[in-house]
Design a protein around this ligand. Structure first.
Ligand SMILES: [Zn+2]
Ligand SMILES: [Zn+2]
Length: 274
């Protein structure tokens, strides 16, 4: 049995999405989604609005967040030193988690300031106010990219990342990340469920991935992510882990609305079944 009623991965303007939580909830509903989660990057600022909207339109809201975590992997194929951990809070999150995530979120501001200073050294003047204009909550690189478009520095977000602010580009600056071990621990302590977002992006073999995910105590794999080919989805579904499903919609032209993601009900983590 397959379902398209579940989508557990979407972004609003509280991180790098284009629209409000309410708009994204409505788009999820319009696509036939019945169980939906808002998972902004490192912030839970959109939860209240999303929950209210979901109650009004009659779909089940699961509070979620996508946490960027530092990870150390000894693998020749590993392409990334950070992994994205999806955390879901069926019963809401503890006060301890609220304070922890706000510290993680706030760490983006000094990092943005140091990127702006790097751009200035390269002859590009953008102020923090220019960037904040595009950010409702967490301040992210796509917000900076939009400010760069407005100032005529680049023509597209992609160009900003390719030339200036992408990883390894001249104005890129790291920010301190929580380790994935720390993030899993605090989510679990707060009664949350974890899923590893878009595992294919990390470039390690399925065997290495499964070993690491088991060691870390992560509950699910986001096997059904919009960027994964069917063959990879199938491979992950058969690893003995529950799966989660995510469109990763940011409300952009590429994937404007949540939903339309067929997932096998038997493989879905029982909490997320419609
Ligand atoms: Zn991600
Ligand atoms: Zn995402």
């Amino acid at each position: 049995m397959w379902t398209e009623k579940v989508d557990l991965h979407s972004h609003s303007h509280h991180s790098d999405g284009l629209w409000s939580p309410r708009e994204m909830a409505q788009r999820a509903c319009d696509s036939g989604v019945k169980v939906w989660s808002l998972t902004d990057h490192d912030t839970i600022a959109g939860w209240d609005e999303a929950e209210l909207a979901c109650n009004e339109i009659g779909i089940r809201f699961i509070p979620g967040v996508e946490i960027t975590c530092g990870v150390e992997i000894n693998s020749e194929t590993n392409k990334s030193s950070s992994w994205h951990l999806l955390a879901y809070f069926p019963e809401g999150a503890s006060d301890e988690f609220h304070s922890w995530i706000s510290i993680v979120s706030d760490s983006r501001v000094p990092r943005m300031l140091s990127m702006l200073s790097a751009l200035k050294d390269l002859g590009i003047q953008i102020s923090i106010e220019d960037v904040e204009k595009y950010a409702e909550g967490t301040i992210t690189r796509p917000h900076l990219a939009r400010a760069m478009i407005e100032k005529g520095v680049v023509n597209s977000i992609q160009e900003a990342f390719d030339k200036w602010i992408g990883d390894d580009c001249p104005a890129f600056r790291e920010r301190p990340l929580p380790s994935i071990e720390e993030a899993v621990k605090i989510v679990k302590k707060s009664g949350g469920i974890t899923s590893l977002a878009h595992p294919k992006h990390y470039g390690i073999t399925t065997q290495e991935l499964v070993e690491r995910v088991k060691e870390l105590g992560i509950d699910c794999l986001e096997a059904v992510h919009n960027s994964h080919p069917d063959s990879y989805r199938w491979e992950l579904m058969n690893q003995g882990f529950p799966i989660s499903v995510g469109s990763d919609s940011h409300g952009t032209d590429y994937r404007p609305s949540p939903g339309k993601m067929p997932a096998s009900i038997n493989h879905l983590h029982s909490y997320f079944r419609p």
